[in-house]
Each structure stands twice: as structure tokens, then as C-alpha cells.
Design a protein around this ligand. Structure first.
Ligand SMILES: [Zn+2]
Length: 340
């Protein structure tokens, strides 16, 4: 009998007063993750010793095993109650250079996840491309520069969104996939009122690693921003702590993934964007829970607030389709709405 505590992406849920506080939170040992992006079992689950579910196949068989997507889905789901949240995407061009069409596809999928879970759609207001280092240098601060400083500069003469997705590789996002930040900005109004305080002027954000790998296999992670492929089988905590699982190269993802049917058949492995889109929703939802990592899907805390049922059937797909977050938070988010 395993107690399953799913730690997902190591993101942070604190309403923060300073970036330093966030930094401290993201480095808590309890949030240490499998950087492959898999939900990681708690230490109580470390004893799982199931063998890899498939054996090494020839390259030809392996490539045939990867499913090709059927018809391209272009659906943009809409809210049945005509409700949206205003979203900006900010790209740190020091970290990445995604095309507009890549960002739009990512946004479409992110929207669809949110509509499905909350019946709120996302309205993309702006895509902003900035250089973090250029802004940092222009600030001439004598202390370390925080995300807040750079974001304040970016929005100096612009309207804040209700939620921003900041695509930037820093040590925390590259290690954990993403983390949640939020702050109050006077003169703004967010229609999704924070349940954690009485403020109506919160801005919610997620700092996200655009290139974060899901279920990646055989990588040296010494530098989380630049993974080096060094093994044909999983090492370290990869493949849900199943050392020795064969790796398979996914040309559609451009990296090696764990070659086991559960991960290859999972929601995140369907396309390049499901994982990061769901991570964005995960980071947004953290702002509507008060229990940090205990707000994650499948936790005892989640079972408690869901009336004794945590909805965890132990499959990757159920966790992934709930963005790794306790489903209660979708309801809290929905109920937080009021007009400005
Ligand atoms: Zn989280």
C-alpha cells in the first residue's frame, strides 16, 4: 500500500512580497523534483522496483512505435458563460526565440485546458518579447535584480494583464519547469479576486521553462538549462525512478523520452505543448490555493478538501489532465470571479 504524494513541477504557490522569498521557497527540499517533468512519487514510494515495461527494440521498431498525430486539432474552446481572463505572454529573448505560431499553438492548448477545467477562456492580450539582461543592465541596481524589477520596467507604461506567462529559463524554472508568482499592483483590478487575502489588485504570473522536457531519458542535468544526453537508458530519478528504462528519441519533441507505454501513451506525450500548457494552468491555480505543494493533485490535503476523495487513480493521465493540481482549486478559481 503506497501513500502517493504527487509533487509536480516544484512550482511555488506563495503570494510573494519579494522575489527573494520566492527564491527561498523554490529551493525547499520538499519541492525537489524529477526534472524529467514526471510527477514524482514521494520518498515513501522510492521503493518502487517495477521493471521497465518494454525492452530495447531495434531503431526501426522504436520509431514505428511513436504515434503520429492524427488530424491537426485547431479547436479554440470557448467559455459557455462568456467569461475570460486577460493574459499576456512575455518571452525572454535571452532564453528562447519561439515563433508567433508556436506561441499561438501553445496558447490555444492552454486555453482549452482552462476552459475544460473551469469554463473560463483565456484572452491573449499581448505577446511581449524582451531581453531580461538588457532590462537588468538598464536598471543599474546595486542589489540583485528580481523578476519584479524587470516586470515593473516592462509594464512601466503598459496595462498589467490578469495573468502573465513569463517564458524564461532561470535556475528555478529550468529545474522545476515553472513556478508561480503574484504581487499587488495598485491601480490594477483583477476580476479573479485572490482567496488568500482581501486584495483586488493582484497580478498572477507563472515563470515557465519553454523547453522543459517531459519524461526525458538519459540526460546529465548538471546544468538544468543545457541537458546533455549521455545514456541510452534512464539514469538518476528519470522515468519515475525506474533506472535502466530504455530511451527513445522523439523527433517531434527533439529529445529522448522514457520508452514505456504509460508515458508514451500519456496526455503530455501527445504533442509538444500539452505539458507546458498544463504547467501554465498549474501555476495559475496555485494562486487560488493556500497549501502550496499540498494543493497538488493526489495529496492527502486534496483528499481532505475534496471530501475524502482525492480523485487519484494512480494513472499519469488523470493527474496530467488535472494539471497536477487539486481539482478543488478549479472551483475556487471559478468562484473568485467578480466584476471590477
Ligand atoms: Zn505546483
Amino acid at each position: 500500500m503506497f501513500f502517493v504524494l504527487i509533487l509536480f513541477l516544484g512550482c511555488v504557490s506563495e503570494t510573494k512580497e519579494s522575489a527573494k522569498e520566492i527564491k527561498n521557497k523554490t529551493t525547499e527540499p520538499s519541492q525537489k523534483q524529477d526534472t524529467s517533468g514526471y510527477p514524482v512519487k514521494s520518498s515513501k514510494n522510492d521503493a518502487i522496483t517495477e521493471p521497465p515495461q518494454s525492452v530495447l527494440k531495434t531503431p526501426l521498431e522504436k520509431s514505428a512505435q511513436v504515434k503520429q498525430p492524427a488530424e491537426k486539432d485547431t479547436t479554440f474552446k470557448n467559455s459557455s458563460i462568456n467569461r475570460n481572463i486577460k493574459v499576456d505572454i512575455i518571452v525572454d529573448t535571452d532564453s528562447y526565440s519561439p515563433t508567433d505560431s508556436e506561441l499561438n499553438e501553445f496558447f490555444r492548448i492552454t486555453n482549452n485546458v482552462l476552459v475544460e477545467k473551469t469554463d473560463v477562456e483565456m484572452k491573449l492580450v499581448k505577446i511581449k518579447r524582451i531581453s531580461y539582461s538588457e532590462i537588468k543592465n538598464s536598471l543599474h541596481l546595486s542589489r540583485p535584480t528580481y523578476n519584479d524589477d524587470v516586470l515593473n520596467k516592462i509594464y512601466e507604461s503598459d496595462t498589467w494583464p490578469e495573468f502573465f506567462i513569463f517564458l524564461r529559463a532561470d535556475d528555478s524554472s529550468a529545474t522545476y519547469g515553472g513556478y508561480s508568482i503574484s504581487f499587488a499592483r495598485l491601480s490594477t483590478c483583477n476580476r479573479y479576486k485572490s482567496p488568500l487575502n482581501s486584495r483586488t489588485d493582484m497580478v498572477y504570473g507563472g515563470v515557465m521553462d519553454w523547453k522543459h522536457t517531459y519524461s526525458s531519458c538519459g540526460y546529465d542535468r548538471t546544468d538544468p538549462k543545457h541537458l546533455a544526453h549521455i545514456s541510452n537508458v534512464s539514469i538518476g530519478g528519470e522515468c519515475r525512478n525506474r533506472k535502466g528504462t530504455p530511451c527513445i528519441y522523439r523527433s517531434d519533441f527533439n529529445y529522448y523520452m522514457c520508452d514505456d507505454s504509460e508515458s508514451l501513451d500519456s496526455f503530455y506525450a501527445e504533442n509538444r505543448y500539452n505539458f507546458i500548457a498544463t504547467t501554465a494552468i498549474h501555476e495559475l491555480m496555485h494562486n487560488f490555493g493556500s497549501d502550496g505543494n499540498y494543493d497538488h493533485f493526489g495529496t492527502a490535503k486534496c483528499a481532505e478538501i475534496m471530501g475524502g476523495h482525492n480523485y487519484d487513480d494512480g494513472t499519469l493521465n488523470t493527474s496530467q489532465k488535472n494539471a497536477g493540481i487539486c481539482p478543488k482549486l478549479f472551483d475556487v478559481f471559478n468562484a473568485s470571479y467578480r466584476e471590477c
